[in-house]
Design a protein around this ligand. Structure first.
Ligand code: NAD
Length: 251
């Protein structure tokens, strides 16, 4: 990138956000749309409201229904498409809020359900995305700060998100010869609608008790850092884990 070029500008690029119809995914989509990228949201639930929100703000977006646990579904999402960025944001997260369980009470079916979306899903989406990725593309996978804490009641979720860190490292090595960069973001507890089901107090209490920065982490705080990882400003970062938790765990 030469001098004078706006390294944040993503005009003419297409970025895919899985699970982008709400919460952190929607905040990411809005962030990169504002940098000029065309956004392709894929989700198992309808994303037309998210597309409208982006378009109303002057951005460009489309929605393609897709299930990250299905190779066939993801192949259809990426068919005849060239992309410059992918955010593996979709996860089985919201259904777990208010449903924490001792690991001895988690059934094999529940464990496999979480792994299928959060771990196998990242593998499937990225594998199916590779033929669509332009050289120089960027991938951001979303892990979670829970893996550093070993939060009680979430063994399946923690196993699934720890695997994302490992996959990121291998993907980064295997895609580097095409100048494709792969990084992981590790958000702390964030005030997305999914987390807010557990009560606003829980999030503020966490901020006050264990974060250096005493305010709730907002979806936009996570999206801003992902926007940087998707931009050309982070051009020499790959295979990394970036922890965005208000100064909670010093990883
Ligand atoms: N909110 C937090 O505190 C927090 C903290 C750390 C990490 N994270 C991670 O950040 C990401 C976004 O979190 P959020 O709070 O917005 O969660 P969320 O549950 O609201 O969003 C997840 C999205 O993924 C979609 N999805 C679920 N299963 C899918 C499937 N099989 N195929 C396609 N889409 C599917 C959902 O419909 C939803 O739109 C997730 O990866 C989550 O694990 C969240």
């Amino acid at each position: 990138m030469g001098k004078g070029i706006d390294m944040q500008n993503l005009a003419g690029e297409t970025i895919v956000v899985t699970g982008g119809s709400q919460g952190i995914g929607l905040a990411i989509a809005k962030n990169v749309a504002a940098k000029g990228a065309h956004i392709l949201i894929t989700d198992i639930q309808d994303g037309s409201d998210a597309v409208k929100e982006i378009e109303d703000a002057g951005g460009s977006a489309e929605f393609r229904k897709g299930d990250v646990t299905s190779e066939e579904s993801m192949r259809a999402v990426f068919k005849d498409t060239k992309i410059d960025g992918l955010v593996n944001n979709a996860a089985y997260y919201a259904p777990l809020i208010g449903n924490f369980k001792q690991f001895t009470d988690i059934t094999v079916e529940e464990f496999e359900k979480v792994m299928s979306v959060n771990t196998t899903g990242v593998f499937i989406v990225t594998k199916e995305a590779v033929p669509a990725l332009n050289d120089g593309a960027r991938i951001v996978n979303i892990s979670s700060g829970t893996i550093l804490k070993g939060t009680a009641g979430l063994l399946h979720y923690i196993a699934s998100k720890a695997a994302v860190v490992g996959m990121t490292r291998t993907m980064a090595r295997e895609l580097a010869d095409r100048d494709i960069r792969v990084n992981t973001i590790m958000p702390g507890l964030t005030a997305s609608p999914a987390s807010l089901q557990g009560g606003e107090d829980r999030i503020q209490q966490r901020a006050e008790a264990s974060q250096m920065l005493k305010r709730a982490i907002q979806p936009e705080d996570i999206a801003n850092v992902i926007g940087f990882l998707l931009s050309h400003e982070s051009g020499m970062m790959t295979g990394q884990v970036v922890n965005v938790d208000g100064g909670n765990i010093l990883y």
